[in-house]
Design a protein around this ligand. Sequence first.
Ligand code: NIG
Ligand code: FE
Length: 421
Amino acid sequence: MKTTLLIKNAGQVVTSRGASDKPLTGAGLGKVTVIENGAVAIGSDKILAVGSTPEVLKKITPARGMQEVDAAGKVVLPGLVDPHTHVVFGGSREHELSLKLQGVPYLEILARGGGILSSVEATRAASKEELVQSGIEYCRQMLAQGTTTAEAKSGYGLSTAAELKTLEAVRDVGRSQPLDLVPTFLGAHAVPKEYKEEPDRYVDLIIEEMLPQVVEQNLACFCDVFCEEGVFSVEQSRKVLEAAREKGLGLKMHADEIAPLGGAELAAELGAVSADHLLVISDQGIEKMASAGVIGVILPGTTFYLCEDHYAPARRMIEAGVSLALATDFNPGSSPNNNLQLIINIACLYLRMTPPEVINAITINAAHALGREKEVGSLEEGKKADLTLFDAPNYEYLAYRYGSNLISSVVKNGELVVEVE
Ligand code: NIG
Ligand code: FE
């Protein structure tokens, strides 16, 4: 195969390679392979070679009209992977900020019919086309900040029609712009107001009506549940997730975020791919996730935005052998941020993760959390040509500078889709 795009002379190429079979844990999570004066050769939409610039130049056969990017003074990483987002929703919730500043807790706003439920109203009122338009715009922002693959959950519809509309919108957003979306069905995100008095009937509706149609129409890869006090109990979560597993979906959970209900233990028992949030995970939950190989997806941007007084115990989890990934949790309420670069900073400062751990957690381990580890998440021959180029002298600089978009270029499927002058 001839080279169609050559990235050369990079200050550093950071590969996250060698972990496409199993997610990184423990000491392995803290190591990255760095190639100084690096190059990446791309043929069509695949990576052909990664190495030092002289090595790669020796190997390649240029295609006619091969594009070349001089990456001197830049750091090259795999395209970033955001394994937990709610990117398709109607409306926005800036009006809740003042309630929050008055000290009204997140779950109290939800109990009053606001929070998630106010986004449900806006999402139900929006047409599919409107959801697609806003989804495309959010994805454009994410791509410009270096994210090339992201999860996209439903969960602001909460009726069969509105959940299907959301997942169809996710599919259409994925087809309309370069960022790849991995769809997750989150019918169990909240109990809608029409089922307030009989939440178990809503659980039945999810299992008997929504799930079969979602699967039949091939609209989701994963099923997720918000297992939380006042939302879905461990028993209700188990019912939904068992039904989803039976239908062949991978499992995810919003677990142990605010009240320690034992969501991590349930995720381990059911063989979930990931359990997410985990601020109040128990020691037993940590042990069980480590032995069952459930990936912990930590969402420190949400902790920051909810002004929680403590973050998920990332260091204890790493020491216990849990594989960690990091995500934005982009959503209209608890985390209106879709920039993974900010997550790099918050994870280093408040989760006390090192820059190599953070890079692996937003590349290869994040790809594992989406079941896309064979295609994306590292710079290796044969993988999809998804790359980010940052204006930075070394990768640690990304953890040091915060609040700026350091992207200089993004390559998606072998094409330069973002170029900052
Ligand atoms: O992951 N925790 C539950 N769901 C979202 C928040 C949704 C919202 O507030 O709209 C989350 O944080
Ligand atoms: Fe979430």
